[in-house]
Design a protein around this ligand. Structure first.
Ligand code: ADP
Length: 453
């Protein structure tokens, strides 16, 4: 996590630095240029003013007057003749000035010209304006300004920029540190919580993190923790039930096997005990088979392969399969299913659903009663009802009968070979088909299971 905040911080820092750097450089250059430009312009305007005066009166007194005026300023004026030889100067003419004068181009517009603007390397910036009287050039007014003044100005400007830059860097640093803290703090918390969750501690307490993506993540973790807690609890209960369910038949098997093994057990009794052992073993293998089935469904490794199945032949086939057992219990099965109804389903899985429901109906019905299967189309849904006239299910048990290992009358159900898993398998299979199953029942009147696909 430390790494994350560092990474985010660094990213912010470089991004802002880049942005700020570019804009500061841009701003700096602009200001610098306009300053230098102003200085150059001012110099040229001053030269032009002198020229205007000279054009009005090109006389000794005027020239002296101009020289005297300039002598007190930080600029310097030089008046040359047309051949560029020096006629007057307000101050001492240096070699650099002479060199600049030499480079003056031939044609100079009346408005003057900047002839030296290299303030960085040169000693002076300079401009020239021609003095024209009666359309004839009488001389040139050169203006010089020491570049030191500009250099001072610019270094002052640079100092300001440096100060502003450092200050904003400092602020940026502080803001970034706060920002990354604020951003990574919840992540750090969530990381710690998920670590605790992986060790089995689901008592999650996360502060509300608002309704942004982080908040959603926190909410998801809370939900995950709650679901995991429920799941772990369910798994423990399930394991406890399994071991309990396995223990009972095993106890029988062990007990009866021991009695059967005894020398003094009469052969007829032995046969009876061996019969019980086989019965319990059958129950055990059924239980294990159903558990395996459930495990496969939980893993989601089993797949539903749907195809269009005509329902009437489908139910007729299922009824044929179970009719021997029903005959033995003196039960009648009735089928009310219109011709030509087909339904998209996995015939093998769905057959198991119907077999389980019919098996329950058989187990919990009295002889000489009727079990009916009715199929109806309502809208775009198919309703299938399996109705018996058996002992029914008490109202308080109804909500729980689809739970694993839930049995209404434990001893009776077990003696009938029930594992308590049948209905939970039915429910999972129906839901895997995208359908729903519901139950209605009245004690001693009968039970109806309705599947809607
Ligand atoms: P079992 O294997 O014990 O039948 P199920 O999950 O199939 O387990 O059923 C759970 C319980 O629901 C049963 O123990 C039984 O008490 C009750 N039950 C299921 N179907 C019926 C029915 N048609 N009539 C009465 N009780 C039923």
């Amino acid at each position: 996590m430390k790494k994350l905040s560092f990474k985010i911080g660094l990213l912010f820092f470089t991004a802002i630095l880049l942005l700020e750097g570019v804009s500061i450089i841009f701003l700096h250059n602009n200001i610098l240029h306009s300053r230098v430009h102003d200085e150059l312009n001012a110099l040229q305007t001053r030269g032009n003013n002198h020229r205007d005066i000279l054009e009005a009166s090109f006389q000794k007194e005027t020239i002296m007057h101009i020289a005297m005026m300039e002598a007190r300023t930080d600029t310097q004026v030089i008046l040359t003749k047309t051949d560029r030889s020096i006629y007057m100067s307000s101050n001492k003419v240096t070699d650099e000035m002479k060199a600049i004068i030499k480079t003056t181009p031939k044609h100079i517009p009346h408005d003057g010209l900047i002839i030296e603007d290299d303030w960085k390397n040169g000693a002076y910036i300079a401009s020239v304006s021609p003095v024209i009287v009666d359309q004839k050039i009488d001389g040139y007014v050169y203006m010089f300004q020491n570049t030191q003044k500009i250099k001072d100005l610019i270094s002052e400007l640079n100092r300001h920029f440096l100060f502003a830059g450092l200050l904003s860097l400092l602020f940026m640093g502080i803001i970034i540190i706060i920002l990354t803290r604020v951003m990574t703090q919840p992540l750090i918390q969530m990381n710690e919580i998920t670590k605790r969750m992986s060790k089995g501690d689901f008592s999650v307490s996360l502060p509300a993190l608002g309704n942004d993506e982080l908040g959603e993540l926190g909410e998801s973790i809370k939900i995950l923790a709650r679901d995991l807690a429920i799941l772990t609890n369910e798994r423990n209960e399930f394991l406890a039930s399994i071991s309990h369910e396995l223990r009972t038949p095993l106890t029988y098997i062990k007990g009866y096997a021991e009695i059967a093994r005894r020398q003094d057990t009469a052969p007829s009794e032995r046969d009876q005990y061996l019969g019980i052992i086989v019965e319990e073993a059958v129950k055990l293998s059924k239980l294990v088979k159903e558990l395996f089935h459930l495990a496969k469904m939980d893993e989601n490794t089993f797949s539903i392969e749907k195809e269009m199945i005509p329902l009437r032949p489908f139910f007729q086939e299922v009824i044929e399969k179970v009719s021997p057992a029903f005959k033995e219990n003196h039960l009648r099965i009735e089928l009310n299913c219109p011709e030509n109804i087909s339904c998209e389903m996995d015939p093998i899985r769905f057959e198991q659903v119907i077999l389980n429901l019919l098996d329950n109906a058989r187990k919990y019905s009295e002889p000489n009663t009727k079990i009916s299967i009715s199929v109806q189309v309502k809208g775009d849904k198919i309703h299938m009802m399996i109705q018996d006239e058996g002992k029914g299910i008490p109202e308080e048990d109804l909500p729980r009968i689809f739970e694993r290992f839930y049995r209404v009358d434990k001893s009776r159900a077990r003696s009938l070979g029930g594992t308590g898993l049948g209905l939970s398998i039915v429910k999972q299979l129906v839901e895997a088909h995208g359908g729903t199953i519901s139950v209605e029942s009245k004690t001693n009147v009968g039970t109806t299971f309705e599947i809607i696909l």
